[in-house]
Every structure is written in structure tokens, then in C-alpha cells.
Design a protein around this ligand. Sequence first.
Ligand code: FAD
Length: 222
Amino acid sequence: MKAFIVYWHPEPASFNAAMFRTACDALSAAGHEVKSSNLHAMRFDPVSSRDNFMTTKDADFLKLQVEEMHATEMHGFALEIESEISKIEWCDLMIWQFPLWWFGMPAMLKGWVDRVFAMGRVYGGHRFYDAGVFRGKRAMLSLTTGGPEAAYCKGAFNGDINAILRPIQRGMLQFVGFDVLEPHIVYGPARLTEEQRKERLGTYASRLQGIANEAPVDVGVY
Ligand code: FAD
């Protein structure tokens, strides 16, 4: 299996960094090929602009989806975008590793989606959801929270984590055709003891050893 991990955290000694390294090591040890994008280390620019393209369809008015369609036809994506799209096209499994920020993804990861999920190449022309460009591929969110698990249940003060993740799992991953695996969530790593954190990393590594055989989940319709 070919796995592509997109990771964002600004601190190389963070728990997210440890999860990223755990995933790279566990997947490689299980015989899978691994590619990654460490967005902070790459200083990935998260802002969509004309810099997404080498080509120009309309120099007077920037309509991103029009330029994306044109760049798709003309092979005109900027090299940093082309490289990320190519990694998605290459992989069988894509993992996004990030800390939950404001009930969503940190800006650099969201900006990666804004720029890389380009109309024409990645979706469009009735190619979405079950008919999506990336059908047959699988994706998984791997994230951490500040709050404890009890705060992320239905009726608890933060509410159901599945509802919080739905815009990402349904609106981004399933939209472009991915089957979505159960998210891997480590709740409140800063609240745990060192031993508990190590145990969480071990659990993640064990899960990844068998991930090639995991079935997708229903992300729910609300
Ligand atoms: P860290 O603080 O980096 O790590 C936790 C501990 O693990 C540290 O002591 C670290 O030393 C230790 N560690 C690192 N590597 C290892 C290892 N190999 N073995 C054992 N221990 C290790 N939380 C929410 O719940 N909901 C929100 O909406 C939310 N919004 C936020 C918005 C912002 C802007 C910010 C800054 C935070 C927000 N948070 C929120 C909190 C955030 O989600 C957590 O702080 C984050 O998920 C914790 O993960 P981390 O990798 O940053 O942990």
C-alpha cells in the first residue's frame, strides 16, 4: 500500500510530531511505501492566489475555479501544487495529522486543501462523492484535542466529535471521492501522564499495522 501523510504542527517536539513519526515508522515497518508533507517545515503557503498557477486564463479578474480548470487543461499548476496533487494521485491511503483548533483544522492545513483540491483536476463535472476523482482511495484523520473525550460526546458541552469532523470528512474527503476510515483521536495528550502518552502512541502504531484491511465508516448525515 502507498500511504501519504499530510502533517501540520509548529513544534517538532509536540505530541502531533510524535504521532506523525509513529505513523511513518509503523507504516514503513509494515511494508508500506510512505510519502509525507510536513507543511510547517515546508513553509507551505496556505493562501490561494495567482501563485497557484503558471498559466493565466483571465488576467483582469481572478476567479480561482476558472483558473483551476484552465491549469488542469494546460498542465499549468505551480510546482508546489502539482507536487501535492501528484502525491494524492499516487497514494492508496491519505492521513491528515493535526491538532484540533477552533473545532477545525489549523490554517495551514486548511489552506493546503484550498489550494490543492483544485476544480478540474480534483473535482468537478459531476465528479464528486461516490463518483469522485479519488474513489477507491481511503483517508483517515489523525488528530489531538485539548479537551477530554467526555466533552466530545453527544449532549456534552462540545458536542459529538463526529459532527465537528463532518465538514472535513464529508465536505472535503468524501466530496473528492475518498472512503473515510474511523478517525484516530488522542484526546487531551497534555492531560495524560508520560506513560499514558507512550501507550497512546503504541495503540496508534498497532492500528496502523492492520490499516490496509480496515473498512470505511459512515460519517453520518445530519
Ligand atoms: P503537546 O502540548 O505538544 O504535547 C502534549 C505532551 O506530550 C507534551 O508534554 C509533550 O512533551 C508530550 N510528548 C511529545 N512527544 C511525546 C512522546 N513521543 N512521548 C510522550 N509524550 C510526548 N482544543 C480543543 O479540544 N478544541 C478546540 O477547538 C481547540 N482549539 C484550539 C485553538 C488554538 C489556536 C490552539 C492553540 C489550541 C486549541 N486547542 C483546542 C487545544 C489543542 O487542540 C491541543 O493543545 C492540541 O491538540 C494538543 O496536541 P499537541 O501536539 O499540541 O500537544
